[in-house]
Design a protein. Sequence first.
Lengths: 304, 139
Amino acid sequence: MSTVVSRFEMWLHQPAPPERLAAMRIAVGSFVTLYMAFNVREFDRLAARSSEGFAPIGLARVLDAPLSAAAIWVLFAALVLGGAAFTLGIAARVSGPAFATLVLFWTSYHSSWGQLLHFEHLFTLHVMILALAPTAEAWAPGAPDSMEPSARFGWPLRLLAIATAVTYVLSGIAKLRNSGWAWFDAETLATHIGYSATRMETIGSRQPPLAGAVLENQWAIPAMAAAALMIELGAPLALTTPRLRNIWVTAAVVFHAATAATMHVFFGYQGLAVAMLPLFAIERVPEYVRDNLARFHHRTVGPT
Amino acid sequence: MMRDRWRTVVTICFIAALFVPVVRDGDGVPFSSYSMYASPRSPEIAFIVAIGQDVDGDDVVLSPRTIAATADPLIVESYLRREVEGGRVATLCATIARRVVDTRVGAIQIRSDRLHVVDRVLGQSPPIKSELLASCPVP
């Protein structure tokens, strides 16, 4: 047991370069800021809503009544500007916590109308972790020229990775707890797929492209259900070795593509693998791209 | 060493916080039990449907943005359900009618259609039961 604990602590406190944490700041900050910007119509929709159906949760509990339209647009502007500042590493000690507070407030408010929007939870957690981490010690205005790898930078990355893994495990636990052995029954997942497809039809949207094909071949559903559960409960394996990490991330991305194709349910932050970036040395991406571009240039143009 | 020990404690507290919704059987933001699609359900489900009607009384499918000013199906569905459960079905009908831009649509119906979801996908089977909740003209 003490070996397991000490190995966990060694993993937890493994040093990382400041560029890796800065790269996470840029990746997560970019995703969340662009997500807010592209979802401007959601702000518009809530700005026009009456107070009927307002049931505040999370940080939105500070409100007695829905925000005015003006307040919603101020919030939108603050999110986009704050997100840009955080992404660029400008005044990170202020922009980080400010952006995290705004994101937590918006995602709470957005889910305060009778429907919890789970696809916003993980990036909210990640922004909150990054807000309190030294993300601007590299690739930010005023950052030192170079700093040694340190657990100061490695530990927040581990927290991000843990958040990702645990959220998948929780989803798997929920299935076992709420469905039990029925989860492996073809009827359970077939009903969920049928429900999602029918819901899309009743609201004038296109049905998921593979819903019909899967429902015509229900013999395959128990294997699909088992695979989904294995991916969710197996998420902590991605924290152990590079090989298992690569296998799990590939499986998880395929899982999200499959749920999009069969149920039109797509968690963008996970499905586009932004949530999995803490598992990788993503600070090496610019160098990798530069080297490959140079190699390509050399092959096509020849030596100069 | 002391700093490392502090980080370990914070990490354990963080992991514990992530599991709180499971222990308390609740859901919230950002700590959640992530219980989406986790429970079995009956394949016969009553859907609240907002549908347009043309001059001949035939159904005209409305877009999600016409129905609920959003493209998100979860939000559309919960909006319809909440307005009907809250006794605001007449207001809902009028609100949707004001958003209609399709000139074929002369009226809006809000219905509760009970559907077998698997049969519906496989063969477009008609509603098992359909109940008209509200009807209103398009201005």
